[in-house]
Design a protein around this ligand. Sequence first.
Ligand code: KG4
Ligand code: ZN
Length: 336
Amino acid sequence: MILAIETSCDDTCAAVVTDAGEIRANAISSQGIHDAYGGVVPELAARAHVERCDLVVADALRTAGITLDDVTRVAVTQGPGLVGALLVGLQTAKAIAAVRGLPLIAVDHLDGHVLACTLQPLGFAPPFVALVASGGHTFLARVDAPDRIERLGTTLDDAAGEAVDKGARLLGLPYPGGPHLERLAADGDPTAFAFPTARKVRGLDFSFAGLKTSLLYKVRELGDAETERRRADLAASYLHAVVETLAIRVERALEQTGIDRLAVGGGVAANGPLRARLGALPADVAIPSRDLCTDNAAMIAAVARYRAPLPTRDALLALEAYATGQRPRATTAGPA
Ligand code: KG4
Ligand code: ZN
């Protein structure tokens, strides 16, 4: 039985997952304290994790109907993310593993989004092409095995979730904007405005900066009253461009690799229109339930099933977090 902990951003998460990938508990405490700031405040996130982490772990164990005595492995997100936030999960996981003599597995958060689809009931297995679209990252990967994840393309500027959140903010919606934008867009016409999809960016890389700017210009051009009147159309058209930007590259990746299996992950994959667009592709498509797309600890346990634990107690105790873009070459090896 794997106990997994994830605290890379503003959700405090703990999960219990069996070695076969069945989710027994997937507890999430969303902080909801960053809304007023229009984005996550790292120091506040870290402090809220300190207050909640033990409670969320206890909640996950209770839901799974087990105690720490039943846990055989501990998994934790090592990075990328906010280092202060990550450290809270790391310390909690280290303490449990060290005191109980349990193996500790350090997991990359992005591998979590890629492999969330391997959990039951989907149980999707490689080979597949993976699209991860989250608040901090957007990339395509070729997955030949759970430990062979090769990047095919990535965003050249903003992540898809960032584009969603910034667009939502321009339309006066609270943070994080994704769910709000989706609700507003439901009453709008996705063809009302033609926003760019960076179709000209060749290959498998993404770009969202132009899209965000074009919404800004459109809002200025329309003026306050007209923007207010057409908010739903603006939301629907903007979201449509985000979805198309992603879908165009996915189609290219499937074609280029010759792999007709697609897995989707990351918070933006909670979006209804994106799920519908990708689900209709002529491929075997696996999109996990919404709570497995946004940040959660079950996906961290999913990766842990395929990673070696830290080799020694010293390596376990010395384990450090890494920020975005700082991934060490081998996440399973302890520091020298
Ligand atoms: O993967 P995630 O939970 O956290 C990161 O690792 O970043 O992704 C969060 C992102 C945010 O930008 C949020 O606005 C977006 O996912 N998101 C959505 C939806 N739900 C969350 N975007 C569009 N539609 C949604 N329903
Ligand atoms: Zn994430």
